[in-house]
Ligand binder design. Structure first.
Ligand code: NAP
Ligand code: ZN
Length: 349
């Protein structure tokens, strides 16, 4: 089937319309008619080749929400018409230790990403959600609660789970002082979830202008990271730090903020970060860690939690024709707080 998409063709040119073919349905496949797709900073990193040369043309998008249009003969958990989501993964080996634990993102044989991944099972390269539709195996399809705002729920599939998973893994609990570093797509979900888990939340930002918004999102305090006096005042006081900065940076001023034994988890910078001062870790037994999205089971738990507590993203809905402007704005930290593409603009083009 011929499907309209937007794709990046090389590192420098703007994304442009592109037609692809989706595969015929296998017995376990689900055909999803896409309604909305969020714009993650990872889309930009991939399209621009920040993480190495991708498989051009790249059709980004891994915050996908839509309705099921067709199901394969062996699909048991979903039916035509269901509201569903697809996040960053579409396949994994299902056989290794992490897969058996429901941690497919750490699959020892490498999971298949929703876009720009070689598809070992079905062939070809995967194409993401800047697209009219997608075909995904049932195992990697998430159920989206019907009561939440569909367009604002799309970012939960990546920004949501990527912040939910570490907050849960490091057991954030009522009364903990939690810092969320970087107020973008991930950061704003981190603030909402940490607040919902009962933490005292501090938004740690480079942008003074985002302070008032951070409080509206649920932050109890705002800490401007460029202000040394403020950073000094919060020294050795945090129970957990969630670091969403998308590029390499000096992590030492943030490590300085942690209490004895506590952890800073990096989710943004997947490149060599600047030299970490071992003394900061040694002297107070601090931990520097990382975390990758989240498993399918915990993604479903997060979506169910969002349905119960009415938690969604703050989004700016765009037509796909303005995607390149959205990328430029995100690279200047100018986004409140997630762009979401209305896929109707692609279907009607
Ligand atoms: P985003 O919406 O662009 O937000 C990033 C925020 O970080 C900016 O708004 C800015 O916030 C802050 N920032 C940017 N440059 C900075 C710098 N040089 N120093 C300090 N702060 C800086 O990005 P996003 O979509 O949230 O994604 C964040 C990162 O996570 C990206 O690298 C993305 O690829 C990655 N990611 C990782 C996973 C995972 O599984 N680990 C999943 C999804 C995304 P302030 O203005 O508040 O300072
Ligand atoms: Zn993402």
């Amino acid at each position: 089937m011929s499907t309209k998409t937007y794709a990046a063709f090389n590192e420098v040119d703007a994304l442009a319309p592109h037609t692809i073919k989706r595969r015929q349905l296998s017995p376990k496949d689900i055909f999803i008619d896409i309604e909305y797709c969020g714009v993650c900073h990872s889309d930009i990193h991939t399209a621009k080749g920040d993480w190495g040369k991708p498989n051009y043309p790249v059709v980004p998008g891994h915050e996908i929400i839509g309705r099921i249009k067709e199901v394969g003969s062996e699909v048991t958990n979903f039916k035509v018409g269901d509201l569903v989501g697809v996040g960053c993964m579409v396949e994994s080996c299902q056989d290794c230790h992490p897969c058996e634990e429901g941690l497919e993102q750490y699959c020892e044989n490498g999971f298949t990403g929703t876009y720009n991944s070689k598809n070992s099972k079905h062939g070809g390269v995967t194409y993401g959600g800047y697209s009219e539709n997608i075909v995904v195996e049932e195992k990697f399809v998430l159920r989206v609660p019907e009561n939440i705002d569909v367009k604002a729920a799309a970012p939960l599939l990546c920004a949501g789970i990527t912040t939910w998973s570490p907050l849960r893994h490091w057991n954030v609990k009522p009364g903990d002082k939690v810092g969320v570093i970087g107020l973008g797509g991930l950061g704003h979900m981190g603030v909402k979830f940490a607040k919902a888990m009962g933490a005292h939340v501090v938004m740690i930002t480079t942008s003074e202008s985002k302070g008032a918004d951070a409080k509206k999102l649920g932050a109890d305090e705002v800490l401007i990271s460029k202000d040394n006096a403020q950073m000094e005042a919060h020294k050795n006081s945090f129970d957990f730090l969630l670091n969403t900065i998308p590029v390499k940076h000096d992590a030492n001023p943030y490590l300085n903020l942690l209490k004895l034994d506590k952890t800073m988890c990096i989710v943004g910078a997947i490149e060599p970060i600047e030299a970490v001062n071992g003394g900061l870790l040694v002297m107070k037994r601090k931990n520097l860690a990382g975390s990758l999205i989240g498993g399918i089971k915990e993604t479903q738990e997060m979506l169910d939690f969002c349905g119960e507590h009415n938690i969604v993203s703050d989004v700016e809905v765009i037509d796909i024709q303005t995607i390149n402007t959205a990328y430029e704005r995100m690279m200047k930290s100018d986004v409140k707080y997630r762009f979401v593409i209305d896929i109707k603009s692609l279907k009607e083009a």
